[in-house]
Write a protein that binds this ligand. Sequence first.
Ligand SMILES: [Fe+2]
Length: 132
Amino acid sequence: MQGLVAEGEETITQGAQKEPLAADLALIAAAQRVEHYEISAYGTARTLARQLGQMDCARLLSHTLGEEESTDFLLTAISDPLIQQAALDDVGANVNLGGMSRGERAQSARSRQSSDSGRSNSGKSDSGREAA
Ligand SMILES: [Fe+2]
């Protein structure tokens, strides 16, 4: 897990040098790697609990496993329109699928590169979603 956290921190650092769409997709991928690690761990723990006859424990682990799977699903749902936009950008299309348009993202990237902190102060991420 420490390796995944370090990798996530590296992804955040490198994101300042990337095109905003690529940086967002890299962050989502890093988050999904953590979720997949957790899904594996909770699934294994639940199986062990069942084998030991600890059914109350197994039920709690099933609940937590479901939460991790839901988070993974949501991350995939968030990434889908970004991937579609990246594919359209690759062929030179200028279509906005709900986030910033290509021109807005380019302007955002220029603003981010010129700021001292490397981040916009608008309160929104580069994809136009509210910051969490
Ligand atoms: Fe999680």
